[in-house]
Design a binder for this molecule. Structure first.
Ligand code: PGA
Length: 241
């Protein structure tokens, strides 16, 4: 079931997301984390809360959704670097507990299977998601099977264009492949929190919530999940009934 929370704008979406997340910032919990512009406001609130209220991540584990293939982790746009810069380096989570899939290595598919096995051993309590303008969740582009596990994927043209802004607006610098948790992996999370803000997400939000459950809109699978919260701002909710 999708529980929809409508808010005014990005700041209010980040406040609400933190309110939801706060319940899971407890010893033993497993967080599913995401990259992109969407979670930055939430991560800033988690850092502030850690600093002011001493909320500890010492006994919290996390699994990120995805990583570009071929970018060294030292590259500022690798998701490993993004997570360290925006969250991990500012809280007390242990490096060995903060998992980001690796996009480097000789056998990415074998590594992907190991990543799924680790998640199976430590089921995710709350998975944070953004949504692509094409309806993707993580890098599961339209057409990805709903039962997919973590796998290597080609990025859709629209995603490469959307992410160009992180690579000096030079399309030739954007990686074309990623390792991503599959839709089946994401659906195993006990709770899902999706944040969508901005007009360029409006069609994807409508398809996710009101459209048919169809692999053409990966996020529509969330209609089948028992416990999803979607936080949408006015612009992203503009096409909803
Ligand atoms: P964004 O990306 O947060 O940068 O908009 C979301 C996504 O592609 O999942």
């Amino acid at each position: 079931m999708i529980n929809i929370i409508r808010v005014k704008d990005y700041e209010e979406a980040s406040d609400k997301a933190f309110e939801v997340m706060k319940d899971f910032l407890k010893p033993g919990k497993v967080l599913g984390l995401a990259t992109g512009s969407t979670p930055l406001g939430l991560y800033a609130r988690m850092v502030k809360d850690h600093e002011e209220n001493k909320t500890s991540y010492a006994d919290i584990r996390s699994f990120n959704l995805d990583e570009y293939v071929g970018l060294p982790i030292s590259h500022p746009e690798s998701y490993y670097a993004f997570m360290h810069r925006n969250l991990f380096d500012k809280i007390d989570i242990k490096e060995e507990n903060a998992h980001v899939p690796s996009g480097l290595g000789d056998d990415l598919e074998a590594q992907a299977k190991k990543y799924d096995a680790m998640i199976d051993e430590s089921p995710v309590d709350i998975q944070l998601l953004g949504i692509g303008s094409d309806g993707h969740i993580a890098f599961n582009e339209p057409g990805t099977p709903f039962n997919s596990g973590t796998h290597v994927t080609d990025l859709a043209e629209s995603t490469i264009k959307d992410n160009c802004r992180f690579f000096d607006n030079d399309i030739s610098k954007v990686p074309t492949q990623a390792v991503t948790q599959g839709i089946g992996t994401i659906m195993k999370a006990r709770n899902i929190l999706l944040i969508a803000t901005g007009a360029n997400k409006a069609q994807a939000v409508k398809d996710m919530i009101e459209g048919p459950i169809d692999e053409a809109c990966p996020a529509s699978v969330l209609q089948r999940h028992p416990n999803v919260t979607v936080i949408v701002d006015e612009a992203a909710a503009a096409l909803l009934k």
